[in-house]
Design a protein around this ligand. Structure first.
Ligand SMILES: [Zn+2]
Length: 346
């Protein structure tokens, strides 16, 4: 999309510098995003105006445009690399345009004096009679990985984060007063924001599920024109556990049991999230039997309830049988034949 800067500014080809500037000022005031908050069409228009002015206010660019014509200027201007559009980024309070526009739009001589911000900063809204609308800062997302056991007990995550904050020197304007004019803010390099390293503690509630989010209010991007900061959203990912599989609030685990305990009955040690539990296995229990341990699952967030733990008993067989042992097995097989061959143990 290459535009005709003369058409955009509504000036004749032979317009002189002051006519171009005056046309630009009129349009820029009308379409500036701070006056048309949230109006995408106005913002677009403003970008076009600024781009047109970027070309026509620069004698080298203007001449190149006049010589090459529109299409060639955009494709092959500037030593063949094409015209580089100015970098607009209104949301971050920085970008190319403000530095230039401030100076050109309002006359730099008096701007610093009229600006009401502390530290001699330049205040944009003052010039528009306070029409700038306060806007909440953007939310910032961050991934946090915890173990299943941490998810079960709840945990406190310690984070060290570079959190974007409004630049204290320029108050987010990206420029500061310099003599009679303005210059790019040296602290933030014109971004209007600096990254503050902050140590944060985030409470991760017990029972949190994979993919759930924890919101830290006010720890996101700074707001604009006095608006509140956004939030930090911690997207919690719960690592798979080597022992337990989680389904909602219940846990599932395989537990190896000796063949003899299944045959004779006995007590089996079962792993739980907090340690171990004893489980009574009646004699003649089949391999693959699933048993429930009530209340040994995951805590249910915001409730005083807990899910259950289901264990599947997996028979362990002896691996080496001596001739004597094999003889005993044969005797056992004869004495206690397994009738139900339709339903082999799984
Ligand atoms: Zn700054």
């Amino acid at each position: 999309m290459s535009l005709d800067p003369y058409k955009v500014l509504g000036v004749e080809k032979n317009a002189d510098a002051s006519a171009i500037k005056s046309a630009y000022r009129k349009l820029a005031r009308k379409y500036h995003p701070d006056v048309n908050s949230g109006d995408a069409e106005a913002e677009n228009k403003f970008k076009e105006i600024s781009e047109a002015y970027d070309i026509l206010s620069d004698p080298t660019k203007k001449q190149e445009y006049d010589n090459l014509g529109r299409e060639a200027f955009y494709e092959r201007g500037f030593g063949g690399s094409g015209y580089q559009r100015p970098d607009f980024d209104f949301s971050q309070g920085g970008g190319f345009s403000f530095n230039d526009i401030f100076g050109d739009l309002f006359g730099t001589g008096s701007s610093a004096k009229r600006g009401g911000r502390p530290g001699g900063g330049f205040s944009f809204d003052t010039h528009f009679g306070g029409q700038t609308q306060a806007r909440k800062g953007d939310d910032v997302s961050l991934k946090l990985t915890i173990s299943l056991r941490e998810a079960a007990t709840g945990t406190e995550a310690k984070l060290e984060l570079g959190i974007p904050r409004t630049c204290p020197q320029c108050q987010g304007q990206g420029i500061v007063a310099n003599g009679g004019g303005v210059r790019t803010c040296p602290t933030c390099g014109g971004r209007g924001q600096v990254n503050n390293l902050e140590n944060l503690k985030a409470k991760i509630p017990a029972g949190i599920k994979d993919g759930q989010k924890v919101r830290l209010k006010g720890k996101g991007s700074p707001g604009q024109a006095g608006g509140p900061p956004g939030d930090l959203l911690l997207e919690v990912s719960v690592k798979p556990d080597p022992v337990f599989i989680r389904k909602d609030n219940d846990l599932y685990a395989d537990v190896p049991v000796s063949l003899y305990d299944l045959l004779k009955g006995g007590t089996v040690e079962v792993p739980t999230l907090t340690g171990r539990a004893s489980l009574k296995v009646p004699s003649g229990t089949q391999n693959g039997t699933k048993m429930r341990l009530k209340g040994q699952g995951m805590p249910i967030s915001k409730k005083k309830e807990t899910g259950d733990l289901y264990v599947t008993l997996k028979a362990k067989l002896p691996t080496k049988l001596s001739p004597e042992a094999m003889k005993l097995v044969e005797e056992l097989a004869e004495a206690a034949p397994i009738e139900d061959r339709e339903k082999p143990a799984s």
